[in-house]
Write a protein that binds this ligand. Structure first.
Ligand code: HSE
Length: 351
């Protein structure tokens, strides 16, 4: 059965997923039975387009890359332009909404409304947007369950590295008592470049060019992005709901080249560390720069790479490391959510 997909937001990450769907069309169908058809795109800057019979991905990417608008797509008579994001969610024949709008760190909007509207109208959601999961996980996951819809958000923490699904599925049966990690690619890239002698400003500008940083990089360098991820880990992995504001937070904006270099001379490294530890039925969580010993497993994590150390009561410490940011990697996180959507549907049919 075909899975109709609508993109809400169509920046680098959405385009990366579209490219993967185009390149792997046959293997996705053969290996997973995923027959994904892109029917709509709605983007605040790049316009909107809908064809109930499916859009040609190659042409769609060409339109957006060459003309800057999806409305330059030259489709047939059935093509509709000008639908808003909400109209795209409600009125199109999409089964799954790929929510990839920018993350608003204060309100989580409009992404929270997009997810809520999708579930209310019996559509599933896959997203890399941290806002809905950090701020409204409880409400949205309950609504999705009540409506029998799939809610996938693997890419909200560590992009395509399975920081959420691995502990929940593969490590099921363990109690995870604490999580400690490097959760932001941009700041880790900046600190690593500063170790090589680059200035903070040069390194930040490179991180922006490479697509690691958020639309507003303040979120990265002040630690807010990692704080959101810490809240997601507490809510989803540890089952302890906390607000992101409960996570103590300090970024790297006050760090100097001297500090970074002198730590290096002593064999140490500065890293922005997130720590979430269970205490008395709750959790204590923080994000702050720490000067760590070379023997610390997180010390060798450099560039945009992220890492998480899960302290499991049965399996012991498990270290997961991989990409924390990047367009292709984050696009992949949406693909793995779509494959799980497909598997969930197939299982539902068997039962
Ligand atoms: N800006 C984020 C980072 C992107 O640098 O980690 C991935 O969430």
């Amino acid at each position: 059965m075909t899975t109709n997909i609508a993109f809400v937001g169509f920046g680098g990450v959405g385009q990366a997923l579209a490219e993967i769907l185009l390149e792997r069309r046959e293997s996705l169908l053969d290996d997973y039975g995923l027959d994904a058809k892109v029917v709509a795109v709605a983007d605040m800057m790049k316009g909107s387009i809908y064809d109930p019979d499916g859009l040609d991905i190659e042409q769609l990417l060409q339109a957006v890359r060459q003309k800057g608008t999806v409305e330059a797509y030259s489709g047939g008579a059935g093509v509709i332009t000008g639908l808003s994001s909400i109209e795209t969610i409600i009125q199109t024949n999409a089964d799954v909404i790929v929510e990839v709008t920018f993350t608003d760190v204060k309100t989580g909007e409009p992404a929270i409304t997009h997810c809520r509207t999708a579930f209310e109208h019996h559509k599933s959601v896959v997203t890399t947007n941290k806002g809905p999961v950090a701020l409204a996980y409880q409400e949205l996951s309950e609504l999705a369950e009540q409506k029998g819809e799939f809610f996938g958000f693997e890419g909200t923490v560590m992009s395509g590295t399975p920081a959420l699904r691995m502990p929940v599925e593969t490590l099921a049966g363990n109690e995870i008592k604490s999580i400690r990690g490097i959760l932001n690619g941009t700041t880790n890239y900046i600190l690593t470049e500063m170790e090589k002698g680059q200035s903070y400003e040069e390194a930040l500008s490179k991180a922006q060019k490479l697509g690691y940083a958020e639309a507003d990089p303040t979120s990265d360098v002040e630690g807010y992005d990692a704080r959101y991820k810490a809240a997601i880990l507490s809510n989803y992995i540890m089952g302890v709901p906390i607000a992101h504001t409960e996570v103590e937070c300090e970024g790297i904006t006050n760090m100097s080249q001297e500090q970074v270099q002198s730590a290096l001379k002593e064999g140490k490294r500065w890293r922005l560390i997130a720590d979430i530890t269970k205490v008395n039925g709750g959790v204590k969580a923080s994000v702050k720069p720490e000067c760590i010993e070379a023997s610390d497993p997180l010390a060798s994590v450099s560039g945009p790479t992220n890492a998480i150390l899960y302290q499991c009561d049965l399996a012991g410490p498990i270290l997961l490391t991989g990409a924390g940011a990047g367009l292709k990697e984050t696009g992949f996180s949406l693909l793995i959510d779509l494959i799980h959507y497909q598997k969930t549907n197939q299982l539902a049919k068997i039962n």
